[in-house]
Design a protein around this ligand. Structure first.
Ligand SMILES: [Zn+2]
Length: 275
């Protein structure tokens, strides 16, 4: 199994960080977790793409995690030579989101069907709304969901991917919670979105300070990894964007409460997770 951070960014536009998105390459295919800004550009850099995704998993419906759903949906359709429905797993509300995305693309769908004689089907998705338990089990790869806590955003889920005795958890946006602890127990790698409480408090902008109550700080994420006895913590979606030269501060805050290895993600960071 391989974990590739396609987008290590946040809602804040950044010239080097695409929006939140993680690709997990498994023997069952490429599993995509969230689809933020620029996801297909980054997927192209690792030889994957809309048509290659075995499934898309959404942690929640905040805009930065789903901005490019329309791109994945359309590009998969336009670049397939046979109907290729996109399997989507996400919290309650995902089916309505996919329907609304399709409705938004209605003019484009009409243009392309009218113009291409060999494209006579519409883009489709098969949506499964999930809350907890095993949601995908194929070819020795199992994906398990559990509820997380990103209130007032509800519902939200995290995912754990198991293959060959190794496991990766995609936390999404959440504060520490029992559901995430459950996913992390005995797992190897935790990919967690984080914010820096100290810097955000120092900046003192109410719009930014608001994000503190529903995200994990670096030390919150590190404590979650520590409680579960995990081996590796990947800090992603850092807010505010780390200033060049300050990367070590982020790592230090994590290693103060977690003894495993800690990585501050950049786009296309790749981790091999094998027995
Ligand atoms: Zn969020």
């Amino acid at each position: 199994m391989q974990v590739i951070i396609l987008g290590s960014g946040s809602p804040l536009p950044d010239p080097t960080r695409a929006g939140p998105s993680t690709l997990v390459r498994t023997t069952a295919g490429d599993l995509l977790f969230d689809c933020g800004r620029g996801v297909l550009m980054r997927a192209a850099a690792v030889g994957s793409g809309a048509g290659a995704f075995r499934a898309l998993f959404l942690t929640h419906l905040h805009s930065d995690h789903i901005t490019d759903l329309n791109d994945v949906f359309t590009t998969r359709w336009v670049m397939s030579f046979v109907p290729n429905p996109l399997p989507v797993f996400g919290p309650t509300g995902t089916a309505a989101l996919v329907q609304a995305t399709e409705a938004m693309l209605e003019p484009d769908i009409g243009y392309r069907i009218a113009h291409h004689a060999d494209l006579q089907w519409r883009p489709t998705a098969t949506v499964t709304e999930v809350d907890r338990g095993v949601v995908f089990d194929e070819g020795g790869v199992r994906v398990t969901a559990a509820s997380t806590d990103h209130a007032p955003v509800r519902p939200t889920v995290g995912f754990r991917i198991d293959e060959g005795g190794r496991s990766v958890v995609i936390a999404g946006d959440t504060v520490p919670c029992a559901g995430l602890d459950e996913l992390c127990a005995g797992a190897d790698v935790l990919v967690h979105t984080v914010v820096r409480r100290d810097l955000i408090e120092q900046i003192g902008l109410p719009r930014l300070t608001d994000v503190l109550d529903y995200h994990s700080s670096v030390s919150d994420a590190a404590q979650t990894a520590h409680r579960a006895g995990m081996g590796t913590l990947v800090l992603t979606h850092p807010v505010p964007t780390p200033a060049p030269g300050t990367e070590q501060e982020w790592l230090d805050q994590a290693t103060a409460c977690f003894k495993g290895s800690v990585v501050l993600a950049t786009d296309l960071l790749t981790l091999g997770v094998t027995g």
